[in-house]
Design a protein around this ligand. Structure first.
Ligand SMILES: Nc1ncnc2c1ncn2[C@@H]1O[C@H](COP(=O)(O)OP(=O)(O)OP(=O)(O)O)[C@@H](O)[C@H]1O
Length: 256
């Protein structure tokens, strides 16, 4: 059974069909990518899967449950967590506090516990801090833990966003253009981090513009164009797919 099973997913904005009958099965444990030109419908697709946007028709099943009409906070609590195309960190907080907020989504507590601070709550606070440190080390930001998150260079803010998303221990991590705005070296280190996340058992679905990155790390790739899925396959199959070459890679097909 796939971890995510999308059937006939469609989104209309007035007369515009942003997603048109998209089918997608993301196997448990895979590193899956969705690519496509600007305006192809990638973000719309992600927003529907993560519950930020209602669909016009179609269905979304996650971890064996129909989540088509489930709210985004409930979907996140089930283990489907996304990052955004534009970095969205908590302002006025340190690097580690940003990750701790993510950790708290996966722990018990509430206002009463944070005021009364019973023993179990204090123990939990220590565990949260330890886990936040581990996650910062994991993405290579361990030495910047106490720094103001807003003062991090852009590439590191993106890594912090990934660490925060991991803090809630997602089953499926959706990464929306994680390499946007990164230089070659930062993209390489991000690629290694995404592979490590996947190797540790988290299923990853990413949207990317950087075809080079995607074909290097993804197990399977789906291609959107004008709201339709025009191809799906392994990186080698996608690189050789005539419709993808014509629509996306912008290169003339050989012998055409
Ligand atoms: N809220 C909205 N209202 C109206 N049209 C929208 C809305 N959101 C997206 N669209 C349109 O739907 C189409 C798909 O947009 P979407 O942002 O999903 O594409 P994308 O592949 O993510 O593009 P990009 O790579 O530029 O982010 C575009 O034509 C866009 O203008």
């Amino acid at each position: 059974m796939p971890l995510l099973n999308v059937c006939g997913l469609t989104k209309r904005f007035g007369g515009l069909v942003a997603n048109n009958e998209i089918d997608l099965e993301v196997p448990q444990g895979s590193l899956f990518a969705v690519i496509g030109p600007n305006g192809a419908g990638k973000t719309t697709f992600f927003s529907m899967i993560s519950g930020f946007l209602g669909s016009t028709s179609g269905s979304i099943e996650f971890d064996g449950r129909d989540v088509t009409r489930v709210r985004q906070d409930q979907i996140a609590a089930m283990g489907l967590v996304r990052t955004f195309q534009l970095v969205q960190l908590f302002k006025g907080m340190s690097v580690i506090e940003n990750v701790e907020v993510g950790c708290h989504l996966a722990t018990r507590g509430g206002v009463a516990a944070s005021l009364l601070r019973p023993a179990w709550f204090r123990k939990q606070e220590i565990e949260v801090r330890e886990r936040a440190h581990e996650l910062l080390d994991f993405v290579g930001l361990g030495s910047q833990a106490e720094q103001d998150a807003e003062l991090l260079p852009y590439g590191q803010q993106r890594l912090l966003e990934v660490a925060r998303a991991l803090a809630s221990k997602p089953k499926l991590l959706l990464l929306d253009e994680p390499a946007a705005g990164l230089n070659t070296q930062e993209t390489e280190s991000l690629a290694r981090i995404i592979q490590k996340i996947n190797a540790q058992g988290t299923t990853v679905l990413l949207i990317e513009h950087d075809v080079g990155l995607v074909t290097r790390i993804a197990h399977r790739i789906a291609v959107l164009d004008f709201g339709r899925k025009i191809a799906e396959g392994t990186p080698d199959e996608i690189k050789a797919h005539p419709e993808v070459i014509a629509a996306y890679l912008g290169v003339e097909e050989e012998n055409a």
